[in-house]
Design a protein around this ligand. Structure first.
Ligand code: GLC
Length: 449
């Protein structure tokens, strides 16, 4: 009977099923005594009876979807399209700060307090190990089985990020990779190396309409780690390898870090670049102040959004400049997950399926140039027309070769260590070699814990 209710999402019964499902979820959590199971069974029955009137009336369920401030309008479009298809579910958008670290801290506080305020949330590709271990998310395996949800259509790398200890905790929404965006009305050929970038930045900065040669993210936060991953990898270095070994302490990594510091303290970036996250840098870029910017793919849609950008139609896309070992992009991206304490897990699952499915990812790709996690969508004509750079080998290669950050349940601790010493290197408190040495020691300790 219960399974019948769970497998047939008739809108009028969603309320009843939500409550039964929530009960089952909390009941299956441990070695429940027979008494508890019996009590839970009675509760389910009571809930069923109590809710049947409400469900039969076909009440509208409201769920809350939380993710970062969206300057592209993609979220509003996603919600509108979903609500049209599912008139019995309304979605409220809860905006979080764009800084991923701030979002992380908000969720940790909320979920530690067992908050049910949020039903569905976007999670950064670096969070699944921590969030799943901490018990914040609902494992999706049962939903996937229940609906024969085809996960084979997803990019394997993106799916790997969603899995931890044999369970799937989220479905990939889009992939990110660091790219160089440039003013194609000013620059004929984008720079191939970091040194060339410095030279070209300086040259174009002489123009009266250009204030900055280059924009990056150098504030002490996760985005700085991504910028550093790119510099370090472009010189052949790395932070942690696939086996979890700390490899930052190398000549190559020091060289990469020195180049980051050289650029972040140069005259081609704003003097207060150590306050710049994605928001500050994309805002200056779309106001036409800079000739080059390192950012994630959403920059393209935003730069071409006539309502917000002063430079619509003027942006080219290229791989980031190379160091001694070539060009490297940091791998980023977001996945969609369900709060374990959601009171509407079935409605949440409906929404999650939509956002991460073909139609949802198409909306995101059109509105925010977010690269899909469903490879088939890279052949979609509308998507390619809106994002011609998706067809370029550079982007495909960039996405498949992008450098991942370590997959660790204590990633946040590791990232904090990296952030602190990167900042000290930029402010001149530590040399690149000292910063690398300190990072290596502290990261080794953190990995042992
Ligand atoms: C982007 C990436 C994410 C990364 C963040 C850093 O949102 O998708 O993975 O952690 O930027 O600022």
């Amino acid at each position: 009977m219960i399974w019948f209710l769970l497998t047939d999402p008739v809108p009028a019964f969603l309320h009843i099923k939500e409550k039964i499902y929530a009960k089952i979820q909390s009941a299956k959590g441990g070695l429940m005594s027979i008494y508890k199971k019996f009590a839970a069974g009675i509760t389910v029955l009571l809930l069923f009876l109590a809710c049947s009137r409400e469900g039969a009336n076909g009440d509208i369920i409201t769920i809350t979807y939380s993710h970062s401030v969206d300057p592209t309008g993609a979220t509003a479009a996603l919600i509108k399209a979903f609500e049209k298809k599912h008139p019995h579910i309304k979605v409220k958008f809860l905006e979080k700060p764009s800084d991923t670290g701030m979002q992380h801290d908000f969720y940790v506080t909320a979920f530690n307090g067992k908050s049910d305020e949020i039903d569905v949330l976007d999670i950064d590709v670096i969070w699944p190990p921590e969030f799943s271990q901490a018990g914040y998310l609902l494992p999706l395996n049962r939903f996937i089985a229940k609906d024969d949800f085809d996960i084979s259509i997803y990019n394997q790398g993106a799916l790997d990020a969603a899995a931890f200890r044999g369970k799937i905790w989220a479905i990939p929404k889009f992939i990110d990779a660091g790219l160089l965006f440039y003013r194609k009305d000013i620059v004929k050929k984008p720079p191939r190396s970091w040194d060339e970038l410095i030279k070209m930045g300086r040259k174009y900065q002489q123009r009266p309409d250009i204030k900055y040669g280059y924009l990056m993210q150098a504030k002490q936060y996760e985005g700085l780690v991504c910028n550093a991953v790119e510099f370090v990898a472009s010189y052949g270095g790395g932070f942690i390898n696939g086996k979890g070994e700390i490899i930052i302490d190398s000549k190559e990594s020091i060289k990469g870090l020195q180049k980051l510091v050289e650029i972040a303290t140069s005259d081609i970036v704003p003097a207060n670049i150590n306050n710049f996250t994605e928001v500050e840098s994309h805002t200056a870029y779309i106001q036409g102040q800079a000739v080059f910017i390192r950012n994630w793919p959403y920059q393209y849609a935003l730069a071409n959004n006539k309502r917000q950008s002063k430079i619509a139609g003027k942006t080219g896309v290229a791989p980031l400049p190379a160091g001694d070992a070539g060009s490297a992009a940091a791998l980023g991206g977001w996945l969609c997950a369900i709060n374990k304490y959601s009171r509407h897990p079935l409605a949440a699952w409906e929404f999650l399926q939509f956002v991460t499915g073909m139609q949802g990812q198409k909306i995101s790709a059109l509105k925010s140039s977010s690269p899909p996690t469903i490879p088939a969508l890279f052949k979609d004509k509308d998507i390619l027309q809106a994002n011609p750079f998706f067809a370029e080998k550079g982007l495909q290669h960039g996405l498949s070769a992008a450098v991942a950050r370590p997959k660790a349940a204590n990633y946040q601790e590791i990232s904090d260590i990296i952030q602190i010493h990167l900042s000290k290197a930029i402010s001149g408190e530590e040399t690149a070699a000292e910063a690398v040495d300190k990072m290596a020691r502290q990261m080794k300790k953190a990995m042992r814990r």
